[in-house]
Write a protein that binds this ligand. Structure first.
Ligand code: ATP
Length: 297
């Protein structure tokens, strides 16, 4: 546990009667890419603000590299942050801003920064007031990825990026991990989270609903099975883990499978199965399934 680079212990924030973050305990380990997911209003930004020392917890605590997040001057020597809505000094050029950020931050790898400017195809000669949302985001991302900070906290960092730049972003996250940095990524882009994150936390109404790797999350959720057969169809009624059975053409059947597959396989073995396909759910399907089920319950 001593490897935890970001830690929250019973972290709670109440605004009057509303509990925005409720008893949140999380440990993000060194070198991990950690996804932080939840629907609008789940408490992600409030958690990040507490990690940054911008909001004081009502109860519990947050630490960055072992330093209390409230000790902003020390904690921020260990982190770089990219907000969802990047504001820059409008009169300065991209190059001047990158220079300024490098002087105030936790130390910058200038050669790598220049490489990132190329990779993100950023024209640093222009003044920030002429930048689009995506270009402002690129400046903040280049500055953050080029730091030597052990922790990168990224809040919705790619909402303004086009698909090519999204690909560069993913590559930069992987390189950050290879450089030993820890990445905390809040995102609504589930394909991105699925592609780069080692573990994912899912927040619901301020509470931690799940923390797991994507393969572990998949194992907890339903897979879609398609079977083709000759002769009599397999009898899948009342088989444990099998749900939503539907015919698929003349000699096919589809069903949802959750939990261990053994009962379904035994039932299928009694029929003349000619083809079997199992499709695991995407993170997006898990997310929708999860919140759909929660709302129904
Ligand atoms: N300063 C504040 N005063 C009162 N309520 C607040 C304040 N900041 C956040 N909240 C409330 O706390 C809850 C959590 O908000 P938060 O912004 O952390 O959610 P989020 O998960 O980041 O959502 P989104 O994905 O929309 O950014 C919401 O109900 C929000 O209205």
């Amino acid at each position: 546990m001593s490897d935890s680079v970001l830690r929250t212990v019973s972290l709670t924030k109440r605004y009057g009667r509303l509990t925005a973050v409720d008893d949140l305990t999380l440990d993000v380990e060194a070198g991990e890419v950690f996804g932080f997911l939840g629907p609008n209003g789940a408490g992600k930004s409030t958690t990040i603000r507490m990690l940054l020392g911008q909001v004081r917890p009502t109860a519990g605590r947050a630490t960055v590299a072992g330093i209390d997040a409230a000790d902003v001057a020390r904690a921020h020597r260990n982190l770089a942050y990219v907000p969802a809505d990047v504001a820059l000094w409008p009169q300065l050029t991209g190059a001047e801003i990158l220079h300024l950020l490098a002087r105030t931050g936790p130390g910058t790898d200038v050669a790598y920064r220049d490489e990132l400017v190329e990779r993100f195809d950023l024209d640093t000669s222009r003044r920030a007031r002429t930048y689009s949302t995506g270009n402002r985001q690129k400046v903040a991302l280049v500055a953050a990825f080029a730091t030597r900070a052990p922790v990168l906290i990224l809040d919705e960092p790619t909402s303004g990026l086009d698909p090519l730049m999204e690909r560069e972003f993913r590559a930069a996250v992987i390189r950050a991990r290879d450089r030993g940095q820890t990445v905390f990524l809040s995102s609504h882009q589930l394909a991105e989270v699925e592609a780069v994150c080692d573990r994912v936390a899912i927040l619901r109404a301020g509470r931690l609903a799940e923390v797991a790797s994507v393969p572990q999350l998949r194992a907890l959720h339903r897979a879609e099975v398609t079977v083709t057969y000759t002769g009599a169809p397999p009898d899948l009624t009342d088989v444990a883990g099998v749900d939503a059975i539907a015919a698929d053409g003349d000699c096919g059947v589809r069903f949802a499978l959750s939990g261990p597959p053994a009962p379904a396989l035994r039932a299928l073995a009694r029929a003349e199965v000619t083809a079997l396909a199992v499709r695991e759910p995407s993170l997006e399907e898990i997310f929708l399934d999860y919140y759909g089920a929660e709302h129904a319950g």
